[in-house]
Ligand binder design. Structure first.
Ligand code: HQG
Length: 180
């Protein structure tokens, strides 16, 4: 057994894995299936790591970014490439959250949450998680509350992907700003 990878090495490897699995499999000659699965060996080669290292990154990922099935691996969320949604929908919690830069709030309240550059809208299960997502683009992000129960009753389907919730979009009537 080799030593465990450091957090720093795992993060670096994970970013390379996500690049190929979510956005540019063709850069490495990978051919994802309908759910975005590619061969583990092929991905390991693409990111310049051992297969066991890719497996370790996937297994220890705290957001559940990856799913391994036999010889195959996929990103569970974040795709810009076309992928089928997961087979099973989930019953969402009553409310979900979405962290976003302050500058995007007005547009979102006007037109709803849209997938923008990805296939799905990504929602968080807690305020701290949403804030963390928003902090990627704003040091004091806004947190939006999504009335997921009402949205689901209104026919919007939700999927669980690791720690994240996915849906195709959220109309503005289900969105409010969290007042802090
Ligand atoms: C915004 C990372 C204007 C939306 C994160 C967001 C997450 C709108 C941006 C996951 C809009 C899209 C996904 C509208 C949405 N008008 N702006 N109508 N609708 N937006 O990166 O949710 O660490 O595609 O608020 O942590 O930020 O990589 O989505 O600001 O979990 O695993 O458009 O990716 O996870 O940005 O992030 P993104 P996101 P990883």
């Amino acid at each position: 057994m080799g030593r465990e990878l450091s957090r720093e090495v795992r993060v670096r490897l994970s970013k390379r894995m996500s690049y190929f699995l979510r956005h540019h499999p063709e850069d490495a000659g990978l051919e994802p299936d309908a759910h975005g699965f590619v061969r583990l060996e092929g991905l390991a080669e693409a990111v310049g790591a051992k297969r066991s290292e890719v497996e370790e990154v996937a297994a220890r990922d705290e957001k559940g970014r990856y799913e391994i099935a036999g010889e195959m691996i996929r990103a569970t969320y974040g795709h810009s490439i076309p992928v089928e949604p997961p087979d099973e929908v989930c019953e969402p919690p009553e409310v979900l959250y979405h962290g976003t830069p302050r500058r995007s709030v007005q547009a979102i309240l006007r037109e709803g949450l849209r997938p923008m550059g990805r296939r799905m809208v990504h929602l968080s299960g807690s305020v701290p998680q949403a804030r963390e997502v928003g902090r990627r683009r704003d040091s004091r992000p806004a947190v939006l509350i999504v009335d997921a129960k009402a949205a689901a009753e209104g026919g919007i389907r939700f999927w669980r992907a690791g720690e994240v919730y996915l849906c195709a979009g959220v109309p503005p009537e289900f969105i409010a700003i969290l007042k802090e």
